[in-house]
Write a protein that binds this ligand. Sequence first.
Ligand code: SF4
Length: 417
Amino acid sequence: MGQTLAEKILSEHADHKVRAGELAIIKVDVCLTQDGTGPLAVRQLEKLGMVKAANPDRTVLFIDHSAPSARKELSNDHMLLRQFAKKTGAHLSEIGDGVCHQVINERWIRPGDVLIGADSHTCTGGAFAAFSTGMGSTDVAVGIALGKTWMKVPETIRINVNGEFPKGVYAKDLILHLIGQITADGATYKALEFGGPTIDAMPQHERMVLSNMAVEAGAKTGLIASDSKTKRFLEAYGRGNEFREIYPDPDAVYEQIIDIDASKVVPMVAFPHRVDNVKTIDEAKGEKIDQVFIGTCTNGRLEDLRIAAGILKGKQRHPDTRLIVVPASRTIYGKAIEEGLLTVFNDSGASINTPGCGPCVGVHQGILGDGEKCLSTMNRNFKGRMGNPEGFIFLASPATCAASAIAGEIADPREVS
Ligand code: SF4
């Protein structure tokens, strides 16, 4: 009987061939924490008397969620992370280096790896055929110290995607469409495995959107086979030699198979306060928006900024709608400068912030006022997510966000570009 991608990768990291449903001890290749969860992990290790990293070269402590720091308490936490990195030899990703789930993929992830991270969107690495999953700080702390973890091997839901996206439709629309269909807990503790001709043709930055949002359906990870697109991404970051092909067996056993025709997907918007509360652009348009935020580990990549800048070039944001742009990493920021994208955003009236999470997690750089509405390229729109439970968050693609920033209300990107 063949294996799914999840079973295949986890088997390589256990001491035997594993099957879905089995509990297994798994060797860990890469560990990450961020500045919200990292201090908890470090304090836990101090309590356990295990201030060490089994694999310091592949342990990365990110300062990205509140970067630069918004409060002295957070500054002290940042100091703790810097000290831990010095003591153990682990890497520290500093203020301005970017969001953990972008930078870990630029610099560390390899196809076939197991990555555990103290952040729910660690699943982004699944786009590289790496079993990447979010865990609690204590679990990741133990993974850092011992180089292994335990888990139940998940069942897999296979998502087969066929057909070409219509103009103005992107991976973000596809994943919102899927989550609307299976709901926010439709894949709880399952692995999603994306495949089919549309995924084969999809560039790596778009695949990362699908894997990133797998957790929004409750999934433990969102896997995609590695291929020439994966290789090209690694080559662009000087790591082509770390590529290897890894794919599911043709006779793998899935818990469920879902088929989607990409040519039928339209621009989608998730309405407050659930990611599965999705509407088509025709149902959503006309909703007044106070703030548009383009960035995050979901859609803050160079290609996203190009799309948004292509729509905003020569235009102004609506006078009643603020626009915030945050490149996902320092590398992306640099390339956006070189390509003149940041000039386009600046000229359109945007505020451009330090690479990192920006206002996504609600600690700084764009907290909403009471009753205000934000349309964002982020992955999550729970009540209070952006720092104010009286705010309202809508989710969409960079194209829809850019078009809406100009209109001052949710707008159809197909009518603007
Ligand atoms: Fe989390 Fe948002 Fe940062 Fe991504 S950008 S890691 S979703 S806070």
